[in-house]
Write a new protein. Structure first.
Length: 260
């Protein structure tokens, strides 16, 4: 059976935080990596912080599944920047150090964005996420749309797994051959998995339409969100962190490299 969300059912301190706080912490990290263009040491420190946080929130398993994506981004970033930009420090031939560092920094920014988002999704139920967006004065339809979109990725993965197992039971060999041979065998599985997912989405749309969803501008919710002292403290620390990140960027502190 496909999982309907990324949520990991654990009882950690991060799970117990108000979902609004987790959204604010995630946005604070996104802001930092956007303004830290050349502060690679600070980006690395923030990435290590996310890895430690993922360990304590039991989200490390979900991150491990995305290692190949992060490695691909790292290789693509280093190669791309090495071809498009130059710096004053020569490594070998036409390759200079600064574009390589820029590629690493790009990969770190992407990794931080992925890690912080996965941690938030693994520690926040879909209904909590939807209610948090509503508490931010966003329309409840938008919150429902976001929470439904979050269900799509694990649902598609689950459907692909189901189709793969069904084809294996019919004798399809997906494990032999080179990497490209195995990838070629997987391509035909995506079409039925995608169609099954679209069918489920269409059924969901008909179900919520039949129940009158969206008829009223406001709606009630059984979920009650209450802020605790720790939540307020973390919000304050997130605001201070964002201000410090912008200050560091404006003052060009901790700059590691400069491109020509």
């Amino acid at each position: 059976m496909a999982r309907s969300s990324f949520y990991v059912d654990e009882d950690t301190f991060y799970h117990r935080l108000d979902p609004r706080v987790k959204i604010i912490i995630t946005i604070a990290q996104w802001t930092a990596v956007i303004v830290w263009m050349s502060q690679i040491y600070l980006q690395l420190g923030l990435f290590i912080f996310d890895i430690i946080l993922a360990y304590f929130t039991k989200s490390l398993g979900a991150l491990k599944k995305l290692v190949y994506i992060m490695v691909a981004v790292l290789i693509t970033g280093v190669v791309g920047w090495s071809l498009m930009a130059t710096g004053p420090t020569t490594l070998f031939g036409p390759i200079t150090l600064e574009p390589v560092l820029q590629g690493v920094a790009t990969a770190l920014r992407t990794a931080i964005g992925i890690a912080s988002s996965i941690i938030m999704l693994c520690t926040t139920r879909n209904e909590e996420f939807s209610e948090a967006l509503t508490r931010f004065k966003l329309p409840y339809r938008l919150g429902f749309a976001f929470s439904s979109a979050l269900r799509m990725a694990p649902t598609l993965i689950g459907m692909t797994t189901t189709v793969r197992d069904a084809q294996r039971s019919r004798g399809l060999d997906l494990d032999s051959g080179s990497f490209f041979d195995r990838f070629r065998k997987f391509v035909p599985l995506f079409a039925p998995a995608f169609l099954l997912t679209m069918r489920g989405t269409d059924q969901l749309a008909m179900a919520i339409e039949a129940k009158g969803f969206g008829y009223q501008p406001n709606r009630g919710n059984y979920l009650e969100l209450k802020m605790k002292p720790l939540d307020y403290i973390l919000i304050a620390l997130s605001i201070i962190f964002v201000i410090a990140a912008i200050y560091i960027s404006v003052k060009n502190l901790f700059v590691v490299y400069e491109l020509v």
